[in-house]
Design a protein around this ligand. Structure first.
Ligand code: 13P
Ligand code: SF4
Length: 304
């Protein structure tokens, strides 16, 4: 089958079976083309909670499908490829954070959305990369235990010197692999280009950036900018998407190795198999976990 034949079959099946397809913006162009919604993980889950479809396929990683299930318990939520996890979300579990909380009982636990639903049950408020600064600023408590991403936490901490932060040692192995040396080399090769990076990058990279923001933030910035060249410090799929959306501009990866193999695990045929009912994994969640995890998402919506 050709790519376009598979896409046609997916479009036919999703109509016939009342399916909504969500695709995180790190997915491949052929998957983004068949999706009902594309964007960052939390925005996708909110959009899915507002549609009538009974079934939702999340093309992304496990915590994204879990977030979707937390917000849409009545829907069948399918993770497009059962092996697609987020290494950062799997670095810390409920037991570890419960112990850390005992050491810092007067701290508010702020959890990046890249955490498991189990872990969210013991956290106070959830954040995305685009809402983290605003939400940490608005918290009444000035003592914040930020988990799991050390780099995102450090970036927020620097901007809120009036607050006291405790950070743990989690990170995104994909973003944290980029260094100031990569920046030096990329700027030497493209001296006119602006550097746009995700806050999951190390501070030595973030400090050199012209813009720091979420994946959708980076895309919007590049599209609106009157500059013509950009070095992109996030998953390299964003370089491809920006090249397709802005063919007159030039986009270069900060590192050729910035590839999230979990995000790239889903293929177009996986999406087809999910539509047929023969692939992916249906997310199951007990109601107690869902309600406890939802509390910290509701707190984010209230503050955000
Ligand atoms: P965004 O929320 O910026 O889409 O990030 C998700 C992610 O996994 C980044 O690595
Ligand atoms: Fe997780 Fe990093 Fe992959 Fe995002 S890029 S899904 S944070 S491992």
């Amino acid at each position: 089958m050709r790519i376009s034949d598979v896409q046609q079959e997916i479009l036919r099946l999703k109509k016939e079976k009342d399916i909504c397809i969500l695709a995180h913006c790190y997915q491949s162009p052929e998957i983004l083309e068949v999706a009902d919604f594309t964007g960052d993980s939390f925005a996708l889950s909110v959009k899915a909670s507002k549609v009538e479809n009974k079934t939702v396929i999340m093309c992304g990683v496990r915590f994204m499908a879990e977030t979707c299930k937390i917000l849409s318990p009545e829907k069948t939520v399918i993770l497009s490829n059962a092996s697609a996890g987020c290494p950062m979300a799997e670095q810390m579990d409920k037991e570890l954070i419960s112990q850390v909380k005992e050491m810092y009982p007067d701290y508010t636990v702020v959890a990046y959305v890249n955490t498991t639903s189990e872990l969210k049950t013991v956290c106070d408020v959830c954040v995305t990369s685009s809402s983290a600064l605003n939400i940490c600023r608005k918290l009444k408590n000035d003592k914040i235990l930020f988990i799991p991403d050390y780099n995102l936490g450090s970036w927020i901490k620097k901007q809120l010197p009036e607050k006291e932060f405790k950070l743990l040692n989690g990170c995104c192995p994909t973003h944290a692999a980029m260094s100031a040396d990569d920046v030096k080399k990329a700027k030497e090769a493209h001296p006119e280009a602006l550097l746009l990076v995700h806050p999951e990058c190390k501070s030595e990279v973030v400090e050199l950036a012209d813009y720091v923001g979420s994946t959708t933030g980076i895309m919007e910035y590049a599209k609106k900018s009157d500059k013509m060249e950009f070095i992109i410090g996030t998953e390299n799929s964003i370089v491809t998407h920006l090249q397709l959306e802005c063919p007159d501009k030039s986009f270069y990866p900060l590192s050729k190795d910035c590839i999230c193999h979990n995000m790239q695990a889903t293929t177009l045929v996986d999406v087809l198999n999910c539509c047929k009912g023969t692939g992916g994994e249906i997310i199951e969640m007990d109601e107690e976990t869902r309600l406890a995890a939802k509390k910290c998402i509701d707190k984010m919506i209230e503050l955000g």
